[in-house]
Each structure stands twice: as structure tokens, then as C-alpha cells.
Ligand binder design. Structure first.
Ligand SMILES: Cc1ncc(CN)c(N)n1
Length: 223
């Protein structure tokens, strides 16, 4: 039987291709992305990563064995310290202050996506949690790798973004997550496989919606 991660990637191919073709992603790749769209993305993604860290912590807590627990603890550490550090350094460069970040509220897409991820972790089984998390890691890795293959843009900030998500560490984490998904997938019944597929599709749609949110600058009036 086809490994579960390949089956999921294939089911979501249309959504993933739309991400590769999205003007925000293309603009990162060729350096033409409007700085205002990137600023909005950074602020919202910082809020996303706080909730995503909770998801990694829940994944560690619900992991079926010690090795998986250790790997999710590592992913949590990487997210809180490496990935969020990158965002903090962008904020400094772009003149976004800590106070501004603290005032930032989750836009509906960020809210919907993070609520979905944490709901999957709270009421789904471990396989659903994993399927909801997988597009977050794999999608960024695939995008970063493809953009790196076409050469880094002149814009240093966007080049740094691409280097982070195409890095060896990030690619290795995705390879491990895919392996874990394939192992767990081999044991799943038909109904459980369907729930896993649903979770993967929903996260993939939210990934696409997240680029769109930043591209169309879905900002909300401060109250
Ligand atoms: C929305 C989103 N999805 C995934 C990633 C990669 N951790 C991210 N930074 N932001």
C-alpha cells in the first residue's frame, strides 16, 4: 500500500500547487514581495507560532513512546528558540516593537487555524494530531526547498527566510514526521484513515489561506 504521507500529499496536491503559485510565495522567491505584506505575515505568524508551540507540547504529552516524545520536545525547542528568534530578528529589522507584537490580535485566519490545530490535539487521536501538524512543517519545507533551488533573491530578509526553511535541520524534521506518519498509518483502520485525511486537508487549506491573508492584508481596526 502507498505510504500514508504520500497518499496525503497527493490528495492535497491542488492546494499545495496553489501555495507554490501564490503571489506571496512567488514574491518571497524573487524578492519582489511588498514589505507591508511581509510585515503583516511576520506579526501574524509570530502569534501562530505561540499556539503552534502549544501543539508541539501537546504532541509530546500524547506521544506513544519516549523517542517520539523526545523528538516533539526538540521540535518545541526549535520552534520557541530558532524559528521564533528568526521572527524576532525580522521584527527588530522592520521596526516592529515588542509592544506592537503584544498588542497584535489574531486575524480570523490565524484564529481559525490555531483553534483547529489545538482542537485536533485535544479531541482527536494521535494520528489526527500528527496529520494536522504535518502540512505546517512539510509545506514550509517544500516551499523553502523549491525557492532555494531557483536561487536566493537579492533581498537579504527573504533570502534568510528561504535559507531557514530549506535548511538541513528543517528538512530532517520533516523526514522524521513523514516516517512517523507512515508507521502510524500502516496500523489505521479505514475510518481512522479518513479522519487523518480530513485533518491533513483542513491544515493544507489553512496554510494556503494564511498566505492569502497576508497578501490581501486582512487587518482589523484597533479598538
Ligand atoms: C502558518 C505557518 N505554518 C507553518 C509554519 C512553519 N512552522 C509557520 N511558521 N507558519
Amino acid at each position: 500500500m502507498i505510504p500514508l504521507s504520500d497518499a496525503l500529499r497527493s490528495a492535497a496536491d491542488g492546494i499545495w500547487q496553489a501555495q507554490h503559485n501564490h503571489p506571496f510565495v512567488r514574491g518571497l522567491g524573487d524578492g519582489s514581495l511588498d514589505a507591508a505584506a511581509f510585515r503583516l505575515w511576520i506579526r501574524q505568524d509570530y502569534l501562530f507560532l505561540i499556539e503552534y508551540s502549544r501543539l508541539c507540547a501537546l504532541a509530546a504529552a500524547r506521544a506513544p513512546d519516549l523517542e517520539t516524545m523526545r523528538r516533539f520536545a526538540e521540535l518545541l525547542h526549535e520552534t520557541l528558540n530558532v524559528e521564533m528568534d528568526l521572527h524576532r530578528s525580522y521584527c527588530t529589522e522592520l521596526g516592529i516593537t515588542e509592544a506592537e507584537l503584544e498588542r497584535e490580535e489574531r486575524a480570523p485566519t490565524t484564529q481559525g487555524y490555531t483553534d483547529f490545530l489545538l482542537r485536533s490535539a485535544a479531541v482527536g487521536d494521535f494520528a489526527e494530531l500528527l496529520a494536522a501538524l504535518l502540512p505546517c512543517m512539510w509545506g514550509f519545507s517544500e516551499i523553502g526547498t523549491r525557492l532555494a533551488e531557483t536561487g536566493l533573491p537579492q533581498n537579504q530578509g527573504y533570502a534568510k527566510w528561504i535559507s531557514m526553511y530549506s535548511s538541513r535541520e528543517f528538512t530532517d524534521l520533516v523526514a522524521w514526521l513523514r516516517e512517523l506518519t507512515n508507521e502510524i498509518g500502516a496500523e489505521l483502520s479505514g475510518a481512522a484513515r479518513e479522519r487523518v485525511r480530513n485533518a491533513f486537508m483542513i491544515s493544507s487549506r489553512y496554510e494556503l489561506a494564511f498566505w492569502e491573508m497576508a497578501w490581501t492584508r486582512q487587518e482589523w481596526p484597533a479598538h
